[in-house]
Design a protein around this ligand. Structure first.
Ligand code: CP
Length: 309
């Protein structure tokens, strides 16, 4: 069977640790002179299809492709492709497959039937953010960064603050935390509650007050209010949200000295997090972006070699 990475369904802790350790090993090698000249042979192409906007994921997959010796072929909007003429995403991918890329990387909306399309292809597909269903490489880069800090993950408390209802990052952590044994909690306005994730959250702690949540947390992942996925204007946006849930210097004092502050980006500074916290020694927000390239290089190599089977 072709092994894609749409979610973590078929992966076990050893395989996840192998991805994490390989990414951190690549990071160590980064300082070695010539590391990026090792892959002078282009082994094939990777088709990167971004049907929703992206900065971090798109550029890190592109960078990871180059480092892995793969030429990235990029479709970064509907404009300029035959999707504009009404061709479906399925037909687009079947036609691109005929050009024999080594893999697809896809960012798309919830409405895209990515699993069904993947089953019709012989080429592996890596989920690069699928509506609010999941963003597995983001969850992997988060845990890689936490493991780098702590040297362990088991029984650590990872808190989400904010718009969990619309968060594919939260969705992927729901899966990954069960495999890797870390605990999840969330603190969110009622209208950003669990929504359709409700049935998947046995054992996930819920907090009404951010101060209690921060006291519990070993790491806090602040989330952007995802207005583009809201059906209507939310009462919890803007000033009220900042007042009740925003992470600022004062609130960050409640987090342990060994605590870690994450945000998947992009950030609405002054809403979910104050800009000053980027300078806090516990913030790993840009380290996440750096580590994202390594984990994506490892995922690409694993998908090409079939190691995820
Ligand atoms: N974290 C993340 O997925 O960012 P982008 O939307 O910029 O890719």
């Amino acid at each position: 069977m072709i092994q894609s990475l749409l979610d973590f369904q078929n992966l076990n802790p050893d395989q996840i640790f192998s991805l994490i350790n390989s990414a951190l090993e690549l990071k160590k090698q980064q300082s070695r002179i010539g590391r990026f000249l090792e892959n002078r042979t282009i082994i094939g192409t990777g088709a990167l299809l971004f049907f929703e906007p992206s900065t971090r994921t798109r550029f890190s997959f592109e960078t990871a492709c180059v480092r892995a010796g793969v030429a990235p072929l990029i479709m970064d909007s509907l404009a300029g492709s035959s999707l504009e003429k009404g061709e479906s995403i399925e037909d687009t991918m079947l036609n691109l497959e005929a050009m024999r890329p080594l893999f697809f990387v896809v960012r798309c909306t919830d409405q895209t039937e990515l699993r069904e399309i993947t089953e019709k292809l012989k080429t592996p597909v890596i989920n690069a953010g699928w509506g609010k269903k999941g963003h597995p490489t983001q969850a992997l880069l988060d845990v890689t960064t936490l493991f780098e800090r702590w040297g362990e993950l088991k029984n650590k408390n990872v808190l989400f603050v904010g718009d969990v209802k619309h968060s594919r990052v939260f969705s992927s952590h729901l899966e990954l935390s069960k495999i890797m044994g870390y605990k999840l909690g969330y603190c969110a306005p009622s209208e950003f509650g669990l929504g359709e994730f409700e049935s998947l959250t046995a054992g996930v702690k819920s907090f009404d007050q951010i101060r209690h949540a921060l006291d519990w947390a070993d790491a806090v992942i602040t989330l952007r209010v995802q207005k583009e996925r809201h059906d209507s204007i939310s009462a919890a946006s803007g000033e009220d949200y900042r007042h009740r849930y925003g992470l600022n210097l004062e609130r960050a004092k409640l987090l342990k000295p060994s605590g870690v502050i994450l945000h998947p980006g992009p950030i609405n500074y002054g809403v979910e997090i104050e800009k000053d916290l980027l300078k806090d020694s516990r913030s790993v927000i840009l380290q996440l972006v750096e580590n994202g390239v390594f984990i994506r290089e490892v995922v690409i190599k694993s998908v090409i070699s079939g190691d995820l089977k």
